[in-house]
Design a protein around this ligand. Structure first.
Ligand code: TYD
Length: 132
């Protein structure tokens, strides 16, 4: 499966709206780990790596930011600016996150537990592996 913005259900209610994702309906994998990125100072970037095996699903729970994915050849920018958009990130895509708005909150769920050995932190190594 390719990277993809998935439109999540939005239950509109005058008491406040509600959205969700669950496997297998909106989320293409079972969740092993959840983390979130917050208090990002203006102008900072996160990410800047790829995962050998891990898949992720990213939601801007609050505020907005861009996720830039590279397939070894080209950048693709996904602007997450609604809390009912989820971005599916397959394994072996270089990803960085930038343009965080004030008070933005990025929720990330993954199909694997944290494993430092799953990271590729060198873009040239990533490109080589991806294009082999
Ligand atoms: P990292 O994935 O490099 O952050 P980002 O991709 O947002 O720039 O993680 C930063 C640090 O946090 C790194 O030292 C590892 C640690 N960490 C965990 O211990 N568990 C986790 O689930 C994650 C995502 C990171």
């Amino acid at each position: 499966m390719e990277p993809k913005i998935i439109n999540l259900p939005k239950i509109i209610d005058k008491r406040g709206n509600l959205s969700f994702f669950e496997h297998p309906n909106q989320l293409p994998f079972e969740i092993a780990r959840t983390y979130w990125i917050y208090d990002v100072p203006g102008g900072e970037e996160r990410g800047g790596h790829a995962f050998r095996e891990q898949k992720e699903f990213i939601v801007a729970l609050s505020g907005s930011f861009d996720v830039v994915l590279n397939d070894g050849k080209k950048d693709y920018t996904y602007s997450l600016n609604r809390s009912y958009y989820g971005l599916y990130v397959p394994k072996m895509y270089w990803r960085r996150m930038e343009n965080f708005s004030t008070n933005s909150l990025a929720l990330i769920v993954s199909d694997k537990g944290y494993d430092d050995n799953d990271y590729i932190r060198d873009f040239n190594e990533f490109k080589k592996l991806k294009n082999e």
